[in-house]
Design a protein around this ligand. Structure first.
Ligand SMILES: *Cc1c(COP(=O)(O)O)cnc(C)c1O
Length: 227
């Protein structure tokens, strides 16, 4: 049981990171990112008690959803093309990659109920990364009040691909500060209580900096398929 062993390690890491930062480990949700693994491995994750699964591609999501269905809580973490929204939006529990108004408009139109969304923020400043620029996030969130089916539950980021702990920490701190600023506005359409940050390489730092949702792929479920 590959996943079970990895899960124990990750839970221990979360516990320590929470001790370091005076947090409660129950406030950290582990999302198993299953984009590199088979349906069988995703089911193994569910069987060891992970309820939250993340996929970044429409095809990968639909393939697994067909078998697993609403037994899992589904997080869509990848770039979502507007024209594909209608195919999945009613099966998705959380969208982590809201990064443009046109996408919000399409989700609003196609969803039959409110969709909890994270706004993806490009905190690293890398041009290749998706996400809204930090200075534009507040105006973007404010604009979302026009879309009754969009609920902004938090912010999401992918940190730089570096080993420099201070650089990573800086990215996560920036996201946390932005989240607090928005939370303090008290918008009814944007409670913005969550922080989706931290992947296999950097989840310990992300938890120390306040992550409420970590998205862990290779270190949790392994890697069977190359992207
Ligand atoms: C692939 C992916 C992850 C998980 O990556 P690992 O490094 O394998 O943990 C997390 N978030 C997003 C948005 C991803 O695309």
């Amino acid at each position: 049981m590959v996943v079970q062993k990895n899960l124990e390690t990750i839970k221990q890491d979360i516990k320590e990171a929470c001790q370091n930062s005076n947090r409660n480990p129950d406030d950290v949700e582990i999302i198993a990112v299953t984009k590199y693994v088979s349906l069988e491995r995703a089911i193994e994750a569910l069987d060891v008690g992970i309820n939250h699964l993340g996929e970044n591609r429409l095809e990968g999501f639909l393939h697994k959803y067909e078998e697993i269905g609403p037994r899992a809580t589904w997080h869509f973490i990848g770039t979502l093309q507007s024209r594909k929204v209608k195919d999945i939006i009613d099966h998705i529990d959380y969208v982590h990659s809201l990064d443009r108004s046109s996408l919000a408009k399409e989700i609003n139109k196609r969803a039959n109920k409110q969709v909890p969304c994270f706004v993806q923020v490009n905190v690293s400043g890398e041009e290749s990364k998706h996400g809204i620029q930090p200075e534009d996030v507040q105006a973007f969130v404010e604009k979302m009040k026009n879309y009754e089916n969009i609920q902004i539950v938090g912010l999401m980021t992918m940190a730089l691909h570096v080993d420099d702990e201070e650089v990573l920490r800086g990215c996560f701190q920036m996201l946390r500060e932005l989240k607090e600023t928005i939370q303090n506005q008290g918008y009814s359409h944007a409670p913005c209580q969550y922080l989706s940050m931290g992947m296999s390489n950097d989840y310990r730092i992300a938890v120390e900096e306040g992550a409420t949702h970590i998205r862990v792929g290779s270190k949790l479920v392994g890697r069977e398929i190359e992207e």
